[in-house]
Design a protein around this ligand. Structure first.
Ligand code: HEM
Length: 313
């Protein structure tokens, strides 16, 4: 729908460069009410939901769909967002298929499954920090994003899925690992990561009689061997999980460190009492809301949210 109203704000709103605080427009809209019209990159209109209650209502309502590839009107943020003919992962499916596929992998992301990885994660982070310290600023300033934040998630995720440490080092710097979003494999194109996963899947198939305890082995045994999923389906799913958290974690670490440096009182409080880190992380996630652009939906039917009636297309 072409916009007829030049007063409708263009979305996404830019962050102020000097502080990287959330855009001022968001606060203004939130103060004015929970649901507002916005204009997307191609001039079409969408709604933005700015208050917690209505956001939760939308994300849990069956009247909204996350089927990006089959439903007309799914809001895109930029022109390269969606490639034609792409097969979705569960991220862009609705229930019951969404839950069916999510259940296949969810056990790997519970607190009980992740907690035992703490020493390995701490070791990976310590190694990154040690190498930064060792290098110092003799070749110029350290780039926090490139030399630290962007490397943390790939290392953790690779460890979670049982890739060897050597492979992890090599792949953590790959374009897919660094550039990942909660989007899809198609957004990133065919990459070295795809090839690597393919060989990992082949390996797990070959040794299926002696399965490892990692996620790919589980998918091979429970899905591939029973004929429920093909190799490409497993590759697509695992690839999505490899790249899904990259941008969110990278941004959270980078913006979090920046915020603390800009607020020395809070930084000192954490130094004096490291148990405050948990609260600090919660606040950084709340304040910066990384990955906010990924919570998108399209209405399946006309539905009232806040003070607006959302019309299905
Ligand atoms: C700071 C860290 C993270 C933040 C802020 C974040 C944020 C988000 C947001 C906002 C969504 C969309 C929710 C929705 O629209 O319903 C999402 C979905 C998702 N994220 Fe993350 N994420 C983070 C880390 C990760 C990591 C590390 C992984 C990797 C394994 C991951 C995997 C996913 C998946 C698979 C979905 C789709 C869930 C579903 O469809 O049910 N995220 N995330």
């Amino acid at each position: 729908m072409a916009t007829e109203n030049a007063n409708i704000p263009k979305f996404p709103f830019p962050r102020p460069e000097s502080s990287y605080d959330p855009p001022a427009e968001l606060k203004n809209l939130r103060d004015a009410g929970p649901v507002h019209r916005i204009q997307l990159f191609d001039g079409t209109n969408a709604w933005i939901v700015t208050k917690n209650k209505e956001v939760c209502e939308m994300l849990t309502s069956e009247k909204f769909s996350n089927e990006r590839y089959t439903r007309q009107g799914y809001p895109e943020i930029h022109s390269g967002g969606k490639k034609g003919g792409e097969k979705p992962t569960f991220v862009h499916m609705d229930d019951p298929e969404h839950s069916k596929q999510k259940d296949m992998v969810e056990s790997f992301f519970t607190l009980a499954a992740v907690e035992p990885l703490r020493p390995e994660i701490e070791r990976a982070v310590d190694l990154l920090l040690d190498s930064i310290k060792e290098r110092g600023c003799k070749d110029g300033p350290i780039d926090l994003v490139q030399d630290f934040s962007s490397l943390v998630n790939p290392k953790v995720i690779f460890a979670l899925f049982g890739a060897s440490m050597m492979d992890t080092d090599q792949l953590a710097g790959s374009s897919a690992a660094l550039g990942g979003t909660s989007g899809t494999a198609g957004e990133l194109g065919h990459t070295d990561l795809h090839e690597y996963l393919s060989s990992l899947i082949d390996d797990r198939i070959q040794y299926a009689d002696r399965p490892e305890r990692d996620l790919i082995s589980k998918l091979v045994i429970e899905q591939y061997k029973t004929g429920a999923m093909g190799k490409d389906d497993i590759n697509r799913l695992v690839y999505m999980l490899f790249v899904a958290g990259n941008t969110a974690i990278n941004s959270s670490i980078s913006l979090g460190i920046l915020s603390l440096l800009q607020h020395p009182k809070q930084l000192n409080a954490i130094r004096e009492n490291p148990r405050l880190v948990k609260q600090a992380v919660e606040e950084i996630l709340r304040y910066h809301t990384p990955s906010a652009l990924n919570s998108r939906r399209v209405a399946k039917e006309d539905v009232r949210l806040g003070n607006q009636v959302w019309q299905s297309l």
